[in-house]
Design a protein around this ligand. Sequence first.
Ligand code: ADP
Length: 445
Amino acid sequence: MRRRSLGTVILLATLSVIGVLLTQMLWLDRAFRLQHEQVELQKQEQQQLEKQFNDRVIIALTNVTEQILSINKDPSDLFDAVKQERPNYFAVTINDTLHPYLLEALLRKEFKRRNITDDFEYGIYDCFTDSIVYGNYVVLDSSTSDTLPHTHLQKLDKDGHYFGVFFPKRSSSLWMPETVSRSTWIYPAIVSMIVFAFFGYSVWIIMGQKRLSEMKNDFIGNMTHELKTPISTIALSSEVISDPAIINEPERLAAYAAIIRSENERLRAQVERVLQLATLDQDKLALKRERIDLHERIRHVVDALKLPLEERQGYVDLHLEAAEHWVTGDPVHLTNVVFNLLDNALKYSDGPPRITIRSSDVGRMLVVAVEDHGIGIRAEDLKHVFERFYRVPTGNVHNVKGFGLGLHYVQQIVNAHGGSIEARSEPGAGSTFTFRLPINKKDRS
Ligand code: ADP
């Protein structure tokens, strides 16, 4: 996919996700408001019902008081006699003696007339003894089988005689609206967050895949170029030497033969690199495990690179100081590891390559460091150099050819042998690649 179309897809997907989230938030807000309105409505209805009930009770109690006063032939003023002390507790001041049975009978009759069917409890307060002298629980609501236990009526801060009527089934506090439950918004919020996280993760994966595919394309372009050049040089040279007249020019013949040899060697090296990758791509790297003297392998590689080193007036300093230098591993792959590191040290040195290889044994590990004084690697590139197909852009500036596979291969092989590798570098000063492999003590030389 081209860079622009991928960008457009990601942009559109981001906009869609944001759109979905916004719509969800709008719906949530609407649901929230609706629920709130409903709660408000219920609250108002409840308050209205409560008010009607209270009015009926007050009228009933006023009538009861009137009747008591008329029975007792008491001319007292009824003004303000009935008071609602709490939402479910009414008190009636009556400065007269009261017969409890009469009171109960009157209450029952008046409540029935006013259609008040709630159970109630009443009590008569006597100011001389400062106590509730009589009280009873009256069941009117036959639908409730379980009668409530007697609640002791509380005394009120009042002077004189009074009687109180208490409706235990009514709430004593003002009706509170139900708070909108948390689940209304918390679950959609969690789901949205998961969707968002998943979306972010997908974009991250796509970007990673895109980078890999770009690097692969670079690799194919590079490889085609790398393979085509020696092939056409070999084709040209062989055409020249196939001319019978060349027999008379043995120097030219030798020169062309040398070109064919060296280009052939170049081709072989390139194919070898690609094959190294193919080996890694197989799920199980088939390693031949045998006892190897790594010092001997290092010397062998240095010998093999003698010619290119001399051509560039370079040298390799060997400080192979490890007393234990035997490891168990695949000789071909481990030789490739040393070769790739040394080859890179050569390739990425501007002037004459000055390379040092050190070895030491630290605990149970054999440590080998390949140090050069080449172009070095910037910190932001250094963290990627072991990735497959990764090439530092400056590699091209210095016109050094490669596939970005060497270090990836090195790391995979070292890891497969139970070891590790790390790189330190400073741009312009040089790089050091250090790998560790477990020592095979039994096989010491
Ligand atoms: P390549 O085939 O490009 O050399 P590698 O995997 O061996 O692939 O290396 C990856 C990149 O790391 C190279 O393109 C190069 O830029 C950088 N690199 C590797 N070794 C060195 C070194 N010794 N000095 C400087 N840069 C290096």
